[in-house]
Design a protein around this ligand. Structure first.
Ligand SMILES: *Cc1c(COP(=O)(O)O)cnc(C)c1O
Length: 342
């Protein structure tokens, strides 16, 4: 039985950091076999071979989604089917057995249910859900591991950017790239993230919230903002980098595209030249963690652009308000994006 007592946690001081919760889901699969029926268990450390594929060669991927307390008191997920499908694509790219969509959804829903006391009150944050798929069996040669583990754990989180709604300032990286054509940038491979830690840390030390990555071929087109997707607005046209394989296909990105189109904006998925973005009226980045975050300022080489006087722009604000209203059930679920957990 899930624990129903109120956790000892100050909901008002939540940040985007790890807090251990009660239960986790785990399932295994032998290579070439079927996924066994997974099970819920108390949150605990893993026992894993030092020769595990994931530890030696990074054979693994993760997902990230949120359970939120809605205005009617229910606990809801936002488009979890999209995460299930993206994880399947990633599994294929990384030589791992894809987790069937139904199994993925059952695992996510069960894990939220059994940790429901950790879902923050509406508006205070969310229960972040972290599915992980990895090669857990031992292997010495660089090849797919003999055994795979799929697990799901959760953590209550607050806002991703410390500044909250206040626009962030970003710097375009002239030295680092996140992904190259033909690589793994289009999937949530665990190995994609460590190389961004030092660039991100350096930018933060110099007062920026994150860095903007340009494409690795022309060093000219915007790809992503750290681990979030980029948008800009100019003369009422909303632009976002097209999915070329080096950009992670964000669930929030596709939702913002649909939402903005339905509200009458022209939305273009195209190459976004950094020079064009520097001249935009508004810029923002989107992701499960960041939701919709306004960008106040971008530094690129020796140029600095401030957008909308450094304040949150009207289109950014509208899309943020409308998306979060749907996510929290303060507005009708007109696109069929909400899955109720309980
Ligand atoms: C997860 C992620 C995103 C955002 O995707 P969502 O599905 O919206 O959370 C964007 N870029 C990168 C690199 C990511 O890993």
């Amino acid at each position: 039985m899930p624990d129903d007592t109120e956790p000892e946690i100050d909901w008002d001081s939540l940040t985007f950091s790890f807090t251990q919760t009660d239960r986790m889901y785990m399932a295994k699969c032998e290579i070439g076999g079927e996924w066994e029926k997974g099970a819920m268990k108390d949150f605990e450390d893993l026992v894993i071979s030092p020769a595990a594929g994931v530890l030696n060669y990074g054979q693994g991927l993760f997902e990230g989604l949120k359970a939120q307390r809605a205005s009617d008191g229910s606990i809801v997920l936002f488009r979890p089917q999209q995460n299930a499908r993206r994880a399947q694509e990633g599994a294929r790219r990384l030589g791992m057995p894809p987790v069937p969509e139904e199994m993925f959804l059952d695992a996510v829903i069960s894990t939220v249910r059994e940790n429901s006391r950790w879902v923050p009150p509406m508006g205070k944050g969310a229960l972040y859900i972290r599915p992980l798929l990895m090669g857990s069996g031992p292997i010495l040669g660089v090849a797919p591991a003999p055994e795979y583990t799929f697990l799901v754990f959760t953590s209550p989180v607050g806002p991703y950017f410390k500044g909250g709604i206040t626009p962030t300032s970003l710097r375009v990286s002239d030295k680092f790239h996140r992904a190259a054509p033909g690589g793994s940038g289009g999937v949530k491979a665990i190995g994609n993230y460590a190389p961004g830690m030092i660039p991100s840390k350096m930018a933060k030390k110099e007062g920026y919230s994150e860095i903007i990555y340009l494409d690795a071929v022309n060093h000219r087109y915007i790809e992503e903002v750290g681990a979030a997707n980029f948008f800009c607005v100019k003369d009422g046209v909303v632009s976002t980098p097209a999915l070329t394989g080096t950009i992670l296909p964000g669930v929030t990105r596709s939702s913002i595209i649909e939402l903005a189109s339905s509200r009458g904006y022209e939305v273009r998925e195209e190459k976004v030249d950094v020079e064009y973005a520097m001249e935009a009226d508004e810029c923002f980045c989107v992701g499960t963690a960041a939701v919709v975050s306004s960008i106040g300022k971008i530094e690129y080489g020796d140029k600095v652009s401030e957008f909308n006087g450094g304040e949150v722009g009207p289109v950014t604000r509208q899309l943020y308000e409308e998306l979060t209203a749907i996510q929290q059930r303060r507005a009708p679920d007109e696109f069929g994006w909400i899955t109720e957990v309980e």
